[in-house]
Design a protein. Sequence first.
Lengths: 321, 791, 160
Amino acid sequence: MRSLELPVGFAALSPSEQLAASGAAGSLGGARVDVPVREVLRPESVVDALAVLSQRPDALPIAGGTDLMVQLRDGRKRSTVLVDLDRLGLAGVRDTDQGIAIGAATRMDVIAADPRIRRLHPALAEAAAQVGAWPIQCRATLGGNLANASPAADTAPALIVGGALVAVASTAGARQVPVEEFFLAPGRSALTPGELILSILLPPLQQGPGVRVVERFVKVGPRREQIISVASLAGRALVADSGVLAELRLALGSVAATPVRAHRTEHLLTGRRLDAELRREAVRVLQNDITPIDDVRAPADYRRIACAVLLDRFLQEVASG
Amino acid sequence: MDPSPRTADHGPLGGRHERPDARAKVAGSARYVEDLALPGMLHAALAVSPVPSARLLGLELAAARAVDGVEAVLTAADIPGKNQVGVVFPDQPLVVEERVRMVGDRLALVAARTPEAAWQAARLVQPLLEALPGVHDPVAALNSGAPPVHEGGNLIRTFKVVRGDIARESTHADVVVEAEYKIGGQEHAYLEPQACLAIPEGRQRITIIASCQCPFYIQQAVARVLGIPLAAVRVEQAPTGGGFGGKEDYPSEPAACAAVLAFATGRPVRLVLPRELDMQASTKRHAVVVRHRWGAGRDGRLRFAEVDTVMDAGAYIGLSTVVAERANVSSIGPYHVPAVRVATHVAYTNNLFGGAFRGFGHPQVTWAAEATMDKLARRLGIDPLEVRRRNVLDDRRRRFCTGQLLHRPVLARECLDRAAALAGWDEFHTQPRTTAGPDRDGMGIGLALYGCNLHHGGQRLDRSSAVVILQADGSVVVRVGLTEMGQGNLAAAQTIAAQALGVDPAVVQVWQPDTTTVGDSGPTVASRGAHMSGLAILDAVKRLRTKLDPVAAELLGCGAGEVELADGFAFVRGKPERKVSVARVAAEMAARRIEAIATGWHRTRARRFDAETGTGAPYEFYAIACHIARVKVDEELGLIRVEEVSAAHDVGQVIHRDALEGQIQGGIVQGIGWATTEELKLDRGRLTNASFTDYIIPTAADAPKVTIAVVESEGATGPFGAKGVGEPSLIPAPAAVRNAVCDALGVEIDRLPLSPPTVVAALGARHPFAWLLSEKQVDEHERLATVDRKR
Amino acid sequence: MAERVTITLTLNGERRIFEVLPGRRLLDLLRDDAGLIGTKEGCGAGECGACTVLLDGAPVTSCLVLAASADGHEVVTVEGLQSAGHLHPFQEALVKHGGVQCGFCTPGIAVTGAAIVARGEADPSEQARLLSGNLCRCTGYTKVMEALQDAFPEGSHAKS
């Protein structure tokens, strides 16, 4: 930024105003028509893709591009080279002996329609069906939703209650990251430079006899469809015949710097029988599991209320059998 | 010959024939501005201010000029004519010279060989800005000591209506309702952003092809900015992807920018605004604060109404005074009120640029008026439908608040009753309401009396020009000055011309407005499109027939006065078997070199209006609209679902039934969006939600069921007796939704939009989870009246 | 200057080869390189649906797809919905029912609607959900949904 010499007697702009003024006159909705990259590589194997990512530190992987294209367009992300993941065979839902493996490049509409996911991990199917709108779902990928690391990522709460593991690889090797540890900060995931998400594993969840499973994903926004959530909740409850809540996994989106697991709330409720008083206690305790902020989409207070409502409704559904 | 013949059975009038532009649009072959390209064409971009209030000390342009592909970077100093684009008052430069007054104010213009280069260069323009204090609250802006946006202070103007004796009527009032309504603005969100193409001929003449509602405004602005005569500026309206008022006057600004660049470079220049810049910088529905003090007797009859409104004009006047004029006289709704005092103040701020938006001030004051009527109803324990029935103007009491006598029939009660019947108002209110679960049902009314065509203050613009050319093969060219933006003006013009000439609409081709083919017809606004183009067309047809009828008479062997036109034929009145095709007559006229082209003209009747007291005839005639909304509200999340809207519209005569229904369905949904989810979230003048991601408009999943009662009547002066419906289709819906939500929840909400946080906050301690926030109670509202629920 | 990439795709049934800059969006390839101006840009951020095309039969917002990513795939634009000079049944229905006003959203709606018909989804509320990524500001959606109901072959649509 070229430094501007101010004539004597004039007050300077504040630093943020200067920043805004200097680089940004015209960035107010400045269009980029072409996305400003110099290369798009289309490797045909994971090995090749990983090699590029390790050699070119500013290379960005792109699959559906539904977040990345917007960010490249308005300058929030910059890169000279994109690595298109389309040919790596990373799409598809497979049964393995460790559970259901969803390729990182699997699209949301495929996930939403997959009969195994609908049966065994309904929260994920419901979340995938609510990402953006239909044309976005036909493009956006599960890996992309994770790598983008938005605290509002719809699939994240569902993956958390599903106990998902994110399989990641680089030229240095491979590792599995529990999805709960995958989000570090808004826009920052646990991926280190050169790493690529390969698949997401949903291990089979314990489900003994005499136990009823209730699993749900809900999101709240200002209208019914095509919204970024102001609060979202995924819950998976195992209810014993006796009515006792044997196990509970609860995760929320858009109400903290990352998607969060509601540990305190789970701890309060596990092993107990749900009634109105306990539900009331639960929504109070839930407030300690979340740290919502005011932002352009909603005030923090509304998010607290919305979470409470979503939890209360989930618990009512669990209790009603 | 009667220029407005009523032909109930014959002809396309009132039908559902195919709209003339539909097929090309559905096939993707209609060419909007961005679909037009010329060899050598350059792309324009704008460098704009990121701050709302500043002095511009200088501009560093070297980096911008150095971008590969850039052909020109221009500033205010490079404007050949006058640097002025204010549509009514000259308070607005095209490019900032010295003073920045809004975020989005233009600092420099760029032309480059690619859009990427142009916008990149615009981004590299470095302004030297000295921040100045700004003002972001229109009420505070009117206090002494508020930073002045322009010299002369922030009060632009005050409009008034003063009639009757408030003090005396107060003594008859058994109940007085006081309220303050905070009503947010609205973004048009047309799907096609602002776009124009400027094609220079040297530095002498220029053609502008623009997405717009008024090619004539553009013509005037471009002529002024370039310093060339009006006749040297040709403006052609391109197929326009939505307007709603947002393309009434605003397009003059991008057009003038493109024109300056075109003259400077000698090349065609195309400018398409990116969506974010369009949302930030283009005109908006005004945000307003409305204060009410209304009194009524125990029987619910209004005795007096006091209204004080402050409108946030933003940085420049634009059309704000015209919007204020309409809001001013519409402030007490369609009701008989013996004493009225209205004051409408227009204030400068450094916020978004207020301008025309479907309804033009009327939706805001109607939202407030209908809210007060419902409060009144609740205070008195009278059914809201009944309280309106008791107060609406009718054929007996038809004096508008300005003293103007409305033409009969005044159909307010009819519209109320028809809408109520469609909505099942009585049934809804006799059924018990469900209390299980979080959903609450409610029903609410919105009623509006809309003055069609331009306000008295704009009379000089209220005229319309048409040209009709009968081709040698019997097909017909029609040119009008009013524009098609989706509302159906093309279909209306085609239908009216076809009806008048007695031919099939398919042989009538209406071509887009062009300032070199018709006279200045003013803007396509104020629901005047079908009315004004229709009457001008009928005038042209009348004149054409002075040439056509004698030729037909010769062919038919009758007198010229006996010729009738219908079903594609000219025939002898009373003897339909003696006929000859219109095409045959046309061929004969061509063979004999008889003039087969006629111009038509219409202007509204001059009327009297005293702006000081607000008395007289502000509008030529009026149309009534009633919407009744049924909603389901999730009381816990504050989410509103509009399930059904029943609409009754006083339209005079239907011209094209699909177009009419489309307007009503579209207006209702656009009104619902404004009422519930659309919010302009400003941070010191910067729009923080300038995208479709966060500026939330209704999707297909939000559309309610819409049922429509069309109330036709005789005697209106429009073409074949038609009134306008473009704005009445929107105006009552937001009020109906608000009233339905308040009915559902049993609380008053005096803030628009009724967003989920607003609804939750309005419930206050009644919200099932309010106790969660007890330490941090959100109280955004100055007034919350909790009303006993009648269940 | 970045090197161009060569892409081959099937566009409206025809095999086409293009050389484009790497950052080129599919939307601009269609409009400027292939001259198919029916697909529109309303927002450039995948939110309005005006740029919707079918990619391997699925509706996508082409403003978010790199042209390079379309290499080896099938793209159908609004122009490709027609066959043998006849409009797609949904396009005909839109005209017949008056579901076209300003027309700017219409190509995107036509494409998504054609995909809904191809999918056989006849339930009106599910149709509305599938169409919710195509914003329209003019029609209020009623006549669009009526046209969609009418676009199904005789006897196969759900009566609402």
